[in-house]
Design a protein. Sequence first.
Length: 422
Amino acid sequence: MKIAFIVEKFPALTETFILNQAIGLIECGHDVDIYASYRDDTEKVHPDVIKYDLLAHTYYLQKVPEKYFLRVLQAIWLIVKNINKAPLAVVRSLNFFKYGKSAISLRLFYSILAFLDSQPYDIIHCQFGMYGIEGMIFRELGAIQGKLITTFRGYDISWYVQEYGDDVYKELFRKGDLFLTNCNFFRDRAIKIGCKDSKIIVHGSGIDCDKFKFKKRYFNSIVKSHNQANNSKIQIVTTGRLIEKKGIEYSLLAVIKVLNIYQNVEYKIIGKGYLEEHLQKLIHEFAVGDKVQLLGWKNQQEIIDILDNSHIFIAPSVTSKDGNQDAPVNTLKEAMSMGLAVIGTHHGGIPELVEDGVSGFLVPERDVDAIADKIIYLIENPEICLSMGKAGRSYVEKHYNMHKLNQELVNIYQQVSGNLIN
């Protein structure tokens, strides 16, 4: 099959779920092209991007000149140059009666240029709902052909809906061929705002369990600070963007509270974001710079190395003020796959991944005391970490193994496109 991915940015270190799907499809013998608005703003690149030469199959949308006069002049030249490739698509993109500002501004015309040399696809897979809307329009214009599948992953079915209203996907739900969500929580939400339950299924985001290898986590219970110190350390880690939805402020304050009792605790936070300065101020204010580190972005192997030397993983996601919510996050799956005891929140799709008291602990959102209590409980009952680690690995391997999920995705594509193999 020939498959097109429409995404916001590629490659992106924070969206390995898209990379995993692309690689899985290639390994199954299918052709994958990726259409993105721009590249990520980090120099770090996942090694599989290079291994599979994915940039050679990635096409970026044409940049639009800021000055309208220059935009018009360049558009005239581009129309002359491309009119023979897809004349109807070019003419339709200029229909301001139907497409309003996006046509008048010429942004719609510039957007379709990347697609004009493409062959018909069996599947057009749009990653995130807003790019499903774009894919729907591109297909409607005739710039791209194929069955349209859209995956809802988090902010597109939470914040985006709150921002633009429950009807924002009304037309997409009608014209799209199939919809996927990465958890039941978001499937239910999509149905609530108008998607037919017969057109939407849950297809989880997988990880490579062979790379995130399981290891039994052993550590000695740490003595309290007012008693004799001991040299063993408890390594705690969080991976995620430093934004409100990830709730990292609350895990940081919880660790600071734990440090008042146990001194041999270290906390590493992997990620970047607009809250970095705020978190750094908290670290400085509580004088815990020797115990808490903001590590910035790390590539996959660097993350694996950090997880391999850690004991507890915290995913303190919260519903942000703008309504943004998380699915069962891949960073949590990676930690569980490697046998870490995890602490998550009763938030979004996370309870579908973590079974409270079995494969980890779940606490209320923004509850610093509850997070601290669970950390202390794990420190004082280290044998629980081992049993939780085993349960977590087993669950992730069964439900989120990317090789199984990628084959499931191929089956979905074949059913939607009609390319069924007997």
